[in-house]
Design a binder for this molecule. Structure first.
Ligand code: ZN
Length: 324
């Protein structure tokens, strides 16, 4: 293995190194992009996707999985191709919440004891949050500062990057956002008759969630007698979002949805059309949220609308393209 200083072909950082030079691909190490393999002929000139997105992907893959991501020419033909090959969600350009969450998770990964400070150099660590540059990185960190989720420790000397420390409120917040990649969608539903509920679950909810790229998770509430037990709470914490069906004004579904909202997780509401139409069929407090209605036997139509709602609200899930 040789380690030759060379500018990073993705982000142009001059402190990058060429670690392995093979026929088909090269292994680079970059302060911004992490370690990654770049296919022969691929490089910033040939990438049809924004450089900072590729940089964010390679950095995340290296930081989280400890494996170099393989940047191929094909992967970089379009954002659609890239999403197919990347096993985690790529935050939208203005999705400040998701980007800020990535910084929170990065600080947590580095923290060995409560109160430890992590240095963040915006010029290279912008890649942690898929940010285009240092300004955007600082913007996301300011967002966390304003919410008191982190505190900033100014650098002792000129030119040194500042440090960040997670606050007690930040730790509480992290316990809600859970693991780094959340591919699960939790289903909160329970009503009778059971046959219709099972059809709604299988042909509607599970199908719609899967098609959006997430793993549906349902705990049969019959066994739980509407109790909100530790298992349900743990599964909601592990989920990216909750789909709550309000048919029959099921108290468990309302509670689970409320719990998820308290953790800052998105909730998608569904309900039988006749319940929505009936006076008092849906609790007043949820009327302000738009609900995806369903009608018995029209499951394909419902699951398709549910998929669209999930994708519009949260984005494609990490499992989306394994199915395509
Ligand atoms: Zn780089």
């Amino acid at each position: 293995m040789n380690d030759t200083a060379t500018p990073c072909p993705i982000c142009n950082n001059s402190n990058a190194g060429l670690m392995e030079d093979q026929t088909r691909e090269k292994l680079y190490n970059c302060p911004r992009c992490g370690e990654y393999y770049l296919a022969f002929r691929a490089g910033s000139q040939t990438l049809n996707v924004p450089m900072h997105i590729v940089s964010g992907i390679t950095r995340y893959h290296w930081d989280v999985y400890k494996q170099p991501f393989h940047v191929t020419v094909m992967a970089c033909e379009s954002m659609d191709e890239l999403r197919k090959l990347v096993p985690f969600p790529i935050p939208g350009a203005t999705d400040v919440r998701s980007k800020a969450d990535l910084f929170m998770q990065a600080i947590r990964r580095k923290t060995r004891y409560l109160g430890e400070v992590m240095e963040i150099d915006s010029r290279v660590d912008c890649a942690i949050g898929f940010c285009e540059n240092a300004h955007e990185c600082d913007f996301c960190l300011d967002f966390l500062l304003n919410q008191d989720l982190v505190v900033k420790i100014e650098a002792p000397g000129f030119g040194c990057p500042p440090g960040y420390r997670i606050t007690p409120a930040g730790w509480a917040y992290l316990s809600g956002i859970g693991a780094d990649v959340l591919p699960q969608g939790f289903i909160a539903m329970a009503f009778s008759p059971k046959e219709v509920a099972d059809e709604l679950n299988m042909a509607g909810l599970q199908k719609g969630i899967s098609a959006a790229g997430y793993a549906p998770r349902r705990i049969d509430s019959k066994e739980h007698n509407n109790r909100i037990d530790d298992e349900i709470v743990a599964e909601i914490r592990k989920s990216r979002f909750v789909v709550a069906d309000l048919t029959d004004k099921n108290a468990g579904a309302y509670f689970e949805a409320g719990f998820a909202m308290g953790l800052g997780k998105p909730v998608i509401w569904t309900c039988r059309q006749t319940d929505i139409d009936a006076p008092g069929g849906v609790h007043f407090d949820t009327r302000q949220y738009s609900i995806v209605p369903w009608t018995e036997k029209q499951w394909d139509d419902f699951s398709r609308r549910l998929t669209l709602r999930i994708e519009a609200t949260i984005g494609h899930g990490p499992l989306k393209d394994n199915r395509a």
